[in-house]
Write a protein that binds this ligand. Structure first.
Ligand SMILES: [Zn+2]
Length: 412
C-alpha cells in the first residue's frame, strides 16, 4: 500500500495555526492560557473533531484526540505542544502536533484499524512560560514539583491562580491529571531541531539518541552598596564585578572542559541599579547542561566552587538555589531501531544526534518508551520570529512518523 501523508493539507494547517497569536515583531506569542493559546486550543479541537477523533482534555489542559483501536489500552501517544515563548516562531511544537494529526487522518483514510488506540496530544506549557518547564507532561506523568506549583509564583509576575481563572483548570485539577492518564505503550514526537547540525549537513532527518540534562539555578553575589564617586576602587565590594568575573571564567571553563557542556547566564538583575551606586547585589540565573550525568555533576561542582572562590577574593557572599533540573534522558533503543529501519526503507538521509534542548519526550520517558524525530531548522534558528523549515523536510519527517506509527499500532 502506498502510505503517505498529504503535505498540502499539513502545510495549510500549520500556516493557519501560525497566524494565531502572531505579534507585532513578526513572531508568535502564544504562552499557555493566553488569549492566543486558548484560540489555538479551540482551533486544534475543531480539527480533531473534523477528523472524527475522540477529544479528551485532562485536568492540566493537555488535549488528546483518539483514533480507536481494537484495544482500549495501552495507547500510543504522538504529539508535541502548541504554546510558544514570547516572540517565538511558528514551528516549534506545532510541527509535531499537526504532523501527528495528519498521520492519524491518513491512517483513518487508508482504512487501517489499529490494534492499539492512537492519540494526538498537545501538552500544556512545554516552554515553561508559566511555572517551570513541561507543566502538562509533568502533570500527565505525575512528576510535577507540587511544592513549586503550590507556591504559585509565575514568570509573568502574577499568581498562577489568576492565569488559570476562567480556563476551568485549577491547581487541584492539574495535580489530578495523572489519575486520568491511560496506560501508554509509546510516545513519539516530531520536532524542529532548533540547532544547525541538520541544516549544515543538508540532512532532512535527525533521530534523537538522547536529550541533554539540565540544572537551572537562581544565584546571587552579595557585596556592599556604596557611592560610585567616593569609594576607592580597591575598597569596593562590587557584586556585579564578581558576576562578570564568574561569567567569563565559568564560560571558559565549560568551553575548555568538553564540547558537550553548555552554560548560560540568561537573566541578570543588579541592585540598587542606579548610575551612581556600586551594585551591592547581583541576582542571576545559571543554566547548565550536559548529556552525561557524571559530567553534569562535575561541571556543577566546578562552577559552584569557582563562584565561591571569586566571592572570597572579592569580599562577597555567594548564594545559590537549584530551581529546576532534568536528568540526561536516553531515548528508547527499541523505538530508535524501528525508526532507523523505516528511515532506511524510505531512503531518506539521516543523522543520529543528541538534543541540547529539552522536550516533553524526556518527561514521557519516565513512564514509557519515547523517541523523537528532528527535521532541520533553517540556519539553526528557533525561539525567534526567523524560525523556518522546508516543507519537503517536514513531509519526510511526517512520513517517517506515519510508518513507525503504523508499525507500532498494528503489531502485537
Ligand atoms: Zn518545542
Amino acid at each position: 500500500m502506498n502510505l503517505a501523508i498529504n503535505i498540502q493539507r499539513l502545510q495549510r494547517d500549520l500556516e493557519e495555526l501560525g497566524r494565531i497569536g502572531s505579534d507585532l515583531k513578526g513572531g508568535v506569542s502564544r504562552p499557555s492560557f493566553s488569549q492566543a493559546d486558548l484560540e489555538a486550543r479551540a482551533w486544534l479541537k475543531k480539527r480533531l473533531h473534523e477528523a472524527s477523533l475522540e477529544i479528551r482534555e485532562d485536568g492540566a489542559g493537555n488535549i488528546f484526540g483518539r483514533l480507536r483501536g481494537k484495544l482500549e489500552e495501552p495507547v500510543i501517544l504522538v504529539g508535541s505542544h502548541l504554546d510558544t515563548v514570547i516572540n517565538g516562531g511558528r514551528f516549534d511544537g506545532t510541527c509535531g502536533v499537526v504532523s501527528a494529526l495528519e498521520c492519524l487522518r491518513t491512517i483513518q483514510e487508508k482504512g487501517i484499524v489499529p490494534y492499539y488506540p492512537l492519540e494526538v496530544v498537545a501538552f500544556t506549557d512545554e516552554e515553561g512560560n508559566i511555572i517551570g518547564d513541561f507543566l502538562g507532561s509533568r502533570a500527565f506523568t505525575g512528576t510535577l514539583n507540587e511544592e513549586i506549583l503550590r507556591r504559585g509564583q509565575t514568570n509573568f509576575g502574577q499568581p498562577l491562580q489568576n492565569i488559570l481563572e476562567g480556563t476551568g483548570i485549577s491547581l487541584e485539577s492539574i495535580l489530578r491529571a495523572k489519575n486520568e492518564a491511560p496506560k501508554v505503550l509509546a510516545y513519539l514526537e516530531l520536532h524542529i531541531e532548533q540547532g544547525e547540525l541538520l541544516d549544515l549537513e543538508a540532512v532532512p532527518i535527525g533521530l534523537v539518541t538522547k536529550i541533554t540534562g539540565k540544572r537551572l539555578y537562581q544565584a546571587t553575589f552579595s557585596g556592599q552598596v556604596s557611592h560610585a564617586g567616593t569609594t576607592p576602587m580597591e575598597l569596593r565590594r562590587d557584586a556585579f564585578i564578581g558576576l562578570a568575573e564568574l561569567a567569563v571564567r565559568a564560560t571558559r571553563l565549560v568551553a575548555a572542559e568538553d564540547e558537550d557542556g553548555r552554560l548560560t547566564i540568561g537573566r541578570v538583575q543588579l541592585h540598587p541599579g542606579s548610575f551612581s551606586s556600586i551594585p551591592g547585589q547581583a541576582d542571576f540565573t545559571l543554566d547548565l547542561r550536559h548529556p552525561e550525568r557524571e559530567n553534569l555533576i562535575d561541571l556543577e561542582k566546578k562552577i559552584i566552587g569557582l563562584a565561591q572562590e571569586i566571592a572570597i577574593t572579592r569580599g562577597l557572599s555567594f548564594y545559590y538555589q537549584l530551581v529546576d533540573s532534568t536528568e540526561p534522558t536516553p531515548m528508547s533503543s527499541r523505538l530508535l531501531a524501528l525508526l532507523e529501519e523505516e528511515v532506511r526503507n524510505l531512503n531518506y538521509p539521516y543523522l543520529k544526534l543528541i538534543s541540547g534542548a529539552g522536550h516533553d519526550a524526556q518527561i514521557l520517558a519516565k513512564i514509557t518508551e519515547a523517541a523523537m524525530i528532528f527535521i532541520p531548522s533553517i540556519n539553526g534558528l528557533s525561539h525567534s520570529p526567523e524560525e523556518a523549515i522546508r516543507w519537503e523536510d517536514l513531509e519526510k519527517g511526517a512520513n517517517l512518523l506515519l510508518q513507525v506509527l503504523v508499525r507500532l499500532a498494528t503489531s502485537f
